[in-house]
Design a protein around this ligand. Structure first.
Ligand code: F6R
Length: 628
C-alpha cells in the first residue's frame, strides 16, 4: 500500500518520479505528490488529491524541476484522501520532506510530544510526526536547536534517532535541502519493499520492482531496520544502528514490456490472457514431462526431509488463501500429508501449535503482504520449516523462508489477482507431485495422467480464452446480468475455493455483493436468499461431485433463481438446463480449477467494464497490503 519513488541523478527528476509513480499506482491511488530540489536549492512540493493524473496536471500548471526528487502515491490510513494529507510532508522550515508507506502506531503519543515542543501539524497523517521528529533531532532539540554538525552524517543520525521512536512498520524516503547530494530511505518492519535501483551516475528508489523496470534491472532490497544512503554514484546500506551491511545487487529478469498494458485496455485483461504463457513458464524446468519427475531446487527440501513431513499449514490472504484451499486438496491427495489452511491474519494471533517436521507454506504473489510475513515469522520462530510460493523474486517472503517455489508469472499489476492465482495452483500441483514422489504416495498411473494433462494445460487455458474472445460471451453475459445487486457462487470439493475466488473477483472490481459458498451448505441457510433477484454462478465440471452439483442447481432453479454454470463443453445436457453455460475443456480433475476460474475472471472483468468502473484501480483497494 502506498507507493514510494525516488531519483537522484542528472535527468529531469520530476519526469522520472512521475513515470515510476504511474507504474506504482496499483499500490494506492487516492492522492499523490512529489518534492523536487530545484536549482536554487529550494524544495518544491506539489500534491494533489485523487488520481496521479491530477498531479500531472498540477505540474503542468506549476512546473518543478531538478535532478533529485521523491514521490508518493497514497492509500489512506490516517486522514481522508485530500491535498493536505497527501505526501510528501515537510518540516516546519520546509527544508526537509518525507514520504512514508506504513503506519506509525504510536503517532498520537508522538504528536502530543512534538506539540509540547512547539510543533504544529498541517495534516491528519501519522507521517507528519516522522518529518517533525527528524527535524527535531537534526536541529539538536527542536525548533530552537542549532543543528547537528557532520554533513550528511547529521541527517542520517537524525533519521536514525527519529525512526527509533516509531512503533509499527514503516518504509520512508527522506530528502533535505541541507544535503542536496543524497536521498535516504529506510525500512522498519514489514512495511512493504524498499528497492534501490542502480543506474549509471543515477540511482533510484521504489517500493516495487515494476516502478524501475523502464530504468534499470539492477536492484538491491532493504531488509528490516536497514537504511540506504543514495548519492548519484551509488548507495551504501547500514543498519539503523549505523553498522555497514553488504546487500547483493541482483539482476531482475522481468521484461520491461511485461509491466506495460500493450494493446489491452486494462492490465487485468492482459493478465487474464497471459495465463497460458505464465503457466508454461511455471512448469518449465521443474517438470520432466517424459519421466514425470519434479525438481524444486529452490525449495531446499530434500526427499528425506519431505518423507518425514507430518503436516503442512498453508497461510495466505485473499486470492492466495483461496489458492491455498485448493492446495489442501492437492497436497492431501497427491502426497497424503494432512494439510491445514489459515488466513495469515488469523494464524499469527492464535498461538499456533507447531510440532516437529512441519512445513508452513505461504502463498503470496507480492511476497510483501504484512500478515503473511508475520505468520511466516511466527512459524519460523516456533521451529517450522517455512516455504513460500511467491511471484516476486527477492521479495521479503522469498528472502525470509527456508525455501521458495517461484510462480514465474511475471509482474502482476492489475489490483485483482488473476494470473498469480492460476500460477500458484500449478505450483501447488508441482509441490504435490514432488512430495508425492518423495513419499511414494503416487500410483504410477495417477502420476502419468496428471503429468500428461499438465503438458496440455497451457493449451487448454488458451482454448478457454480463444472461445471467450470468439464468442463475445462474457461481454454479453455482463450486459444481461451486470445489473443484479447480489450473486451467489457455488462449488464443491476443488471447485468450492474457485467459487470463493469468483465471488471475490466480482466484489472487488464491480462492487456487487457476492458470496462464495460450498454448495452442500446451501440447505443449511443460504437457500433462503434465492429468488429471481439473486443469480447463482455454479461450478459444475464433470468430477466426483458432479451429480450433487446438478441437484443443487435444480434446487436453485426450482426457487426461481437464474443459474450461470461453468460446465465441460461436452456437457450439452446440463448446458441446456441452465440459463447460461460457460464452457471449459475437460482436464484432469486436479487441474480443473485452473480452467474453471477463467470464466469467472472474465465475467467479473466484463461486469466491471460494463458498469464503467476502473478495473485496474478498484476503490479502497491496493495491490500490496503492507499495513494491518
Ligand atoms: C484479490 C487480491 C488479494 C490478494 C491478497 C494477497 O484479487 O489480489 O486478495 O490476493 O491481498 O496478496 P499476496 O498474494 O500478494 O500476498
Amino acid at each position: 500500500m502506498c507507493g514510494i519513488v525516488g531519483y537522484i541523478g542528472y535527468r529531469d527528476a520530476t519526469a522520472v518520479v512521475l513515470e515510476g509513480l504511474q507504474r506504482l499506482e496499483y499500490r494506492g491511488y487516492d492522492s499523490a505528490g512529489l518534492a523536487v530540489l530545484d536549482s536554487t536549492g529550494t524544495l518544491q512540493i506539489r500534491r494533489e488529491a485523487g488520481r496521479l493524473q491530477r498531479l500531472v496536471r498540477l505540474l503542468e500548471q506549476a512546473p518543478a524541476r531538478g535532478t533529485v526528487a521523491i514521490g508518493h502515491t497514497r492509500w489512506a490510513t490516517h486522514g481522508p484522501p485530500s491535498r493536505r494529507n497527501a505526501h510528501p510532508h515537510a518540516s516546519p522550515d520546509g527544508r526537509l520532506v518525507v514520504v512514508q508507506n506504513g503506519i506509525v502506531e504510536n503517532f498520537a503519543e508522538l504528536r502530543a510530544w512534538l506539540q509540547a515542543r512547539g510543533y504544529t501539524f498541517a495534516s491528519d497523517t501519522d507521517t507528519e510526526v516522522i518529518v517533525h521528529l527528524i527535524h527535531y533531532y537534526f536541529h539538536g532539540g527542536g525548533l530552537n536547536g542549532g543543528g547537528l554538525d557532520g554533513g550528511g552524517e547529521a541527517l542520517e543520525t537524525a533519521v536514525r534517532a527519529a525512526l527509533s521512536r516509531l512503533q509499527g512498520p514503516s518504509a520512508v524516503a527522506v530528502l533535505s535541502r541541507d544535503h542536496p547530494d543524497r536521498l535516504l530511505a529506510a525500512r522498519l518492519g514489514h512495511a512493504g519493499g524498499v528497492v534501490v535501483g542502480w543506474g549509471e551516475e543515477e540511482m533510484y528508489l521504489a517500493s516495487d520492482i515494476p516502478a524501475l523496470l523502464g530504468c534499470t534491472r539492477r536492484v538491491q532490497f532493504l531488509e528490516n531496520r536497514q537504511m540506504a544512503i543514495l548519492t548519484r554514484n551509488g548507495a551504501s546500506i547500514r543498519t539503523l544502528e549505523g553498522r555497514p551491511v553488504d546487500r547483493p545487487v541482483v539482476q531482475v529478469n522481468w521484461d520491461p514490456a511485461a509491466a506495460e498494458k500493450g494493446e489491452y485496455p486494462h492490465f487485468m485483461l492482459k493478465e487474464i490472457f497471459e495465463q497460458g504463457q505464465s503457466i508454461a513458464a511455471t512448469l518449465a524446468q521443474r517438470l520432466d514431462f517424459g519421466s514425470g519427475l519434479v525438481e524444486l531446487p529452490s525449495l531446499h527440501l530434500s526427499p528425506e526431509r519431505a518423507r518425514r513431513l507430518r503436516k503442512v499449514t498453508i497461510v495466505a490472504c485473499g486470492t492466495s488463501y483461496y489458492a491455498g484451499l485448493v492446495g489442501r486438496h492437492l497436497l492431501e491427495r497427491l502426497a497424503r500429508i494432512p494439510t491445514e489452511v489459515d488466513y495469515a491474519s488469523e494464524y499469527r494471533y492464535r498461538e499456533p501449535l507447531i510440532g516437529p517436521e512441519e512445513m508452513v507454506l505461504a502463498i503470496t504473489q507480492s511476497g510483501e503482504t504484512v500478515d503473511t510475513l508475520a505468520a511466516l515469522e511466527e512459524a519460523r520462530a516456533r521451529g517450522a520449516f517455512t516455504a513460500a510460493i511467491v511471484n516476486v523474486v527477492g521479495s521479503q517472503a522469498d528472502r525470509m523462508c527456508h525455501g521458495a517455489i517461484h510462480m514465474h508469472a511475471g509482474p502482476e499489476i492489475g489490483v485483482a489477482s488473476t494470473k498469480a492465482f492460476t500460477a500458484s495452483l500449478v505450483d501447488l500441483v508441482l509441490l504435490g507431485l514432488y512430495l508425492g514422489q518423495a513419499r511414494q504416495t503416487l500410483a504410477e498411473s495417477e502420476q502419468a495422467a496428471l503429468v500428461q494433462d499438465l503438458a496440455r494445460l497451457p493449451g487448454l487455458v488458451g482454448e478457454v480464452l480463444e472461445e471467450a474472445q470468439a464468442s463475445g460471451r462474457y461481454a454479453e453475459l455482463a450486459r444481461d446480468y451486470g445489473g443484479f445487486a447480489n450473486f451467489l457462487y457455488l462449488g464443491r470439493g476443488l471447485q468450492y475455493p474457485v467459487a470463493r475466488e469468483g465471488a471475490l473477483k466480482l466484489k472487488e472490481i464491480s462492487y456487487i455483493h457476492a458470496e462464495g459458498y460450498p454448495a452442500g451448505e446451501m440447505k443449511h441457510g443460504p437457500i433462503a436468499l434465492i429468488d429471481g433477484h439473486m443469480p447463482t454462478v455454479a461450478l459444475a465440471p464433470r468430477d466426483g461431485v458432479y451429480e450433487k452439483m446438478v441437484s443443487q442447481i435444480e434446487q436453485v432453479k426450482a426457487r426461481g433463481g437464474a443459474v450461470l454454470a461453468v460446465v465441460h463443453h461436452q456437457d450439452r445436457q446440463l448446458a441446456a438446463r441452465v440459463d447460461r453455460a460457460l464452457p471449459i475443456p475437460q482436464a484432469h480433475p486436479l487441474l480443473t480449477p485452473v480452467l474453471s476460474v477463467i470464466p469467472l475472471q472474465l465475467f467479473a472483468y466484463h461486469v466491471a467494464v460494463g458498469r464503467g468502473l476502473d478495473v485496474d484501480r478498484p476503490r479502497n483497494l491496493a495491490k500490496s497490503v503492507t499495513v494491518e
